[in-house]
Design a protein around this ligand. Sequence first.
Ligand SMILES: [Zn+2]
Length: 216
Amino acid sequence: MNIILFGPPGAGKGTQADNMVKNLNLHKISTGDLLREEIKNNTDLGNKIKSKIDQGLLVSDDIINDLIDKILFNKKYYNRLIFDGYPRNLNQAKSFDLLLTQYNQKLSCVINLDVDKISIIKRILGRLVCSKCGLTFNKYFNPPQKEKYNCNLKYLKARTDDNKKTIEDRFSTYTKKTLPLLDYYADQKILHKIDGTRQINQIFDEIRSILASLET
Ligand SMILES: [Zn+2]
């Protein structure tokens, strides 16, 4: 089955995608990774991408479609893909449908990790990282407890790039861009909303049960 995962920055999408890769034998596709890979491998497409980025331009939908085309063509991934960060707009979503048909595959479901703005802000601003050992905590959701934590509290630092305004802007941009896509997949009756404010394992259990219900 092919799956799309949506969720605002900070919703825990990466964690859930990794869980799915590990437990469900799926491959994760992130267009950011694909772009970097092409550039690294110095392909014709990679050079095209690099020149766009160097000029400060956005990578066009056509280029993204070419990358997705290559992935769907690859038998190794046949019907075993999780898309993270793709499609980004309706144009890409429609091309994706055409490509899926062309390669005789289908999109089984679209999972939307639903997290409200306030929770996202708390989650990101509450992140604490120990500068000594790299352990991470969250002031609100996973406070540093003595039994898990040996370093001095003075090593615990919040991420400096995570200020409230930036998080709010990212959240609004994401919501604005993604709403039309959610409508598009709701119309296709393959959209599943999950409450992303719960515990990581509760969310994963729900993902599992959604996927199980599709297999029968
Ligand atoms: Zn530490």
